[in-house]
Design a protein around this ligand. Structure first.
Ligand code: ADP
Ligand code: MG
Length: 400
């Protein structure tokens, strides 16, 4: 069994400082840290003005940053051998590609928002698996954003963080060219430890939902199927287009404002109707999950997870054989609930598991994958963790 460890923030911050110094021959000034995320429930609801309930992982990306005196931009990563070099005026939509666009895009978006910045040197390292549906992309954007904000004397209050969230979303959609509904950047910037974050994309609010899993003898087991999901592929855009078609046929601004009765009776296109049914029922399931968590009714949470998975598998059609197998095997091996998580077409599954069944469930999934001829997956524990912040010399995130 392979469990991906989150690593100790102090050690990882020291390692990224070393990587920076080795790359650029001078010390970094600030290290930003931003978590990956796993979504408990609420899939594809963000761009439908709906609800989502993600938590920040203890796994994070660390960005060591220093301001330069000229307009050069240098970006390196322990995860990518190819460093990236440019000047400020050559960064922007249509001009920047490759992995560094997630960092350079944040710099561009903040300059567009009026920030005055010189060039920067950046070096990143981290423990969020790349392309596993756990939002290494938002972790990368947000780790750089908090570091840059701190270097420029900007605050990391709620209002300051909102500015950074907007810039990170623009970086991902406009510069990296990957569609995103905004959940990933929001949770990476606003999460609280021991809580999931309920985000309402209609009211534009986000608030914590206490999630003290160990007290209830439970853990969130995340299984990375290692099937790469590529959001830039057509599947995500096609789902989005179907949702827009459904909303316009129903005469509502977004599916948040549609009811299931009208979806069933008024949408004549079978595919569009099933897509809309997923969104409308999924938004309700998020609200019901929050109520069940608050009531300590974990069996209901588990049932809602399963209903969500079935909806994504059959109505929204974004699951795949590996995700279905992970979910079915987890349930058979003692999980209370399980579902695919993230945008779909690969990526990760989650299971709500009694603490004494973690190894049993992970082992059963590995065995099922091997028997099916799939690559063995990676696992990690989704312990609800803190939002992005800078890491001080003693390794603790600064309170802000
Ligand atoms: P996810 O966000 O689910 O991990 P994405 O496809 O949205 O998947 O983002 C993954 C991409 O983000 C990687 O392919 C790479 O381009 C970039 N990326 C994320 N983290 C890093 C990192 N630490 N170093 C370099 N590139 C990274
Ligand atoms: Mg991503």
């Amino acid at each position: 069994m392979t469990f991906v460890e989150p690593g100790a923030p102090g050690q990882l911050a020291a390692a990224v400082r070393e990587g920076f110094a080795a790359s650029y021959g001078a010390p970094a000034t600030v290290v930003g840290r931003a978590p990956g995320r796993v979504n408990l429930i609420g899939e594809h609801t963000d761009y439908n003005a709906g609800l989502v309930l993600p938590l920040a992982l203890p796994h994070a990306t660390y960005a060591a940053v220093a301001l330069r005196e000229d307009d050069r931009v240098r970006i390196g990563s322990r995860q990518k051998p190819q460093p990236w070099v440019a000047t400020l005026d050559t960064i922007g939509p249509g001009q920047t590609d490759g992995w560094a666009a997630y960092v350079a895009g944040v710099l561009w978006a903040l300059r567009e928002a009026g920030w005055q910045t010189p060039g920067v040197d950046v070096y990143v390292d981290g423990t969020v698996p790349l392309g596993a549906g756990l939002s290494s992309s938002a972790a990368l954007e947000c780790s750089f954003a908090v570091a840059l904000a701190t270097l420029l004397g900007k605050d990391l209050t709620q209002a300051g963080r909102r500015t950074l969230i907007e810039a990170c979303i623009r970086a991902e959609t406009e510069v990296a060219g990957a569609p995103t509904g905004g959940m990933d950047q929001t949770v990476s910037m606003l999460a609280e430890p021991n809580a999931a974050l309920l985000i309402d994309f209609d009211l534009q609010t986000a608030g914590p939902v206490a999630l003290r899993l160990p007290e209830h003898g439970l853990a969130v087991l995340v299984t990375d199927t290692r099937v790469s999901h590529a959001l830039t592929d057509g599947g995500y855009a096609a789902r989005r287009a179907d949702c827009e078609a459904a909303a316009s046929a129903l005469g509502v601004a977004s599916l948040r404002h549609a009811g299931i009765a009208e979806v069933e009776s008024q949408l004549t296109n079978d595919r569009v109707r099933r897509r809309a049914r997923h969104i409308v029922t999924e938004i309700d399931r998020v609200a019901e999950t929050v109520e069940a968590i608050r009531a300590g009714d974990w069996l209901s949470v588990g049932s809602l997870f399963l209903a969500s998975h079935v909806s994504m598998r059959d109505d929204f059609e974004i699951s795949c054989a590996e995700l279905d197998l992970a979910v079915e095997t987890a349930l058979g091996a003692g999980a209370i609930g399980a579902r695919m998580t993230g945008g779909g077409f690969g990526g990760s599954a989650i299971a709500l598991v009694p603490l004494d069944r973690i190894d049993g469930v992970a082992g059963a999934i590995d065995a099922a994958f091997i028997a099916a001829g799939f690559r063995p997956p990676n696992h990690l524990l989704g312990e609800p963790s803190a939002a992005a912040d800078v890491v001080t010399e003693n390794g603790l995130a600064r309170s802000s």
